[in-house]
Design a protein around this ligand. Structure first.
Ligand code: GUN
Length: 284
């Protein structure tokens, strides 16, 4: 039977600690930390994420500046908003909620965010620094996964870690973080031919593919640590990329969906915003 890694509890602890650090920052530098959040259009999932991010910011004492742009916004309108926030001295972090509507080129928008305000850790500069083991802002979801593993004192050094998914936002930074923790890392994806065999060799298995209940019992090793990054909306409600019930008795640790990685992502966004603010004060 698995131990459940509870992202709600761990993220609540992180946010409690952060609340104190943010308050000390505000006293020391006599200003609020400020996070700009941009949502373009009316994607229902994005609306929920943005609402939760703003709520978390309020809780830890970070001021959020929310910008809601219509679905039919032009590239120029979105670019102009990001450019003005990039120049605004008061703004510590800029978050552009993805996905953007079809007519907008995401890369073009994201590349207008200065690396020092890239609280999502999406820019090439941050991903590159992570790859080189240099200080960087790490994408919130993989950063949250590492915090969960550390919170549970799970040994990483020398372990076989398998990441399913190779996105720039989750899979790639996740692989690099695990490598920096001295795991032996394998990244699987849609073209991987012997996926099951590779997964069965994983001491730590991170599923980030966006396919509901994809990881079954015959794809996990006895006693593996299973981290489920998937959030899939199905007619049976929210489910992860892992068939939770099917693997539960076989593995040693597992994250639930919802209540696992999701809340951690938001807590790490707050942590990243705080760290960006410190860096902008030359205090980190
Ligand atoms: N869309 C899905 N996940 C994320 C995230 O972590 N950050 C942003 N900005 N957009 C997302």
């Amino acid at each position: 039977m698995a131990k459940i890694i509870d992202g709600k509890i761990i993220s609540a602890e992180i946010k409690e600690q952060l609340k104190k650090k943010v308050s000390a920052f505000t006293d020391k530098f006599n200003r609020k930390i400020s996070l700009a959040v941009i949502l373009v259009g009316e994607n229902p999932a994005s609306q929920v994420y943005v609402k939760n991010k703003i709520k978390a910011a309020e809780f830890v004492g970070i001021e959020s500046l929310a910008f809601y742009l219509p679905e039919d916004s032009t590239q120029e309108q979105v670019n102009d908003l990001v450019l003005s926030l990039a120049k605004d001295e008061k703004v510590d972090g800029i978050l552009v909620q993805l996905p953007l509507p079809k007519q907008i080129n995401e890369d073009q928008v994201l590349n207008l965010i200065p690396a020092e305000k890239d609280v999502d850790g999406f820019l090439a500069e941050n991903l590159g620094n992570l790859a080189m083991g240099n200080p960087s802002t790490v994408a919130c979801t993989p950063f949250g996964v590492i915090q969960m593993l550390k919170h549970e004192n799970i040994e990483l050094c020398g372990k076989n870690a398998v990441v399913i998914g190779r996105s720039n936002i989750v899979g790639k930074p996740m692989a690099m973080l695990l490598l920096n923790e001295n795991c032996t890392v394998t990244v699987c994806h849609s073209k991987t031919s012997n996926l099951k065999e590779i997964c069965c060799n994983a001491d730590i298995l991170v599923a980030a593919i966006g396919k509901p209940l994809f990881v079954k019992e015959d794809m996990v090793k006895d006693g593996a640590v299973v981290i489920d990054v998937g959030i899939n909306r199905t007619e049976n409600g929210l489910v992860g990329d892992v068939d939770y019930k099917a693997v539960f008795d076989k593995v040693s640790y597992i994250t639930p969906v919802p209540g696992g990685v999701g809340p951690m992502t938001i807590a790490m966004l707050m942590e990243n915003t705080y760290n960006c603010a410190l860096r902008r004060q030359n205090a980190l």
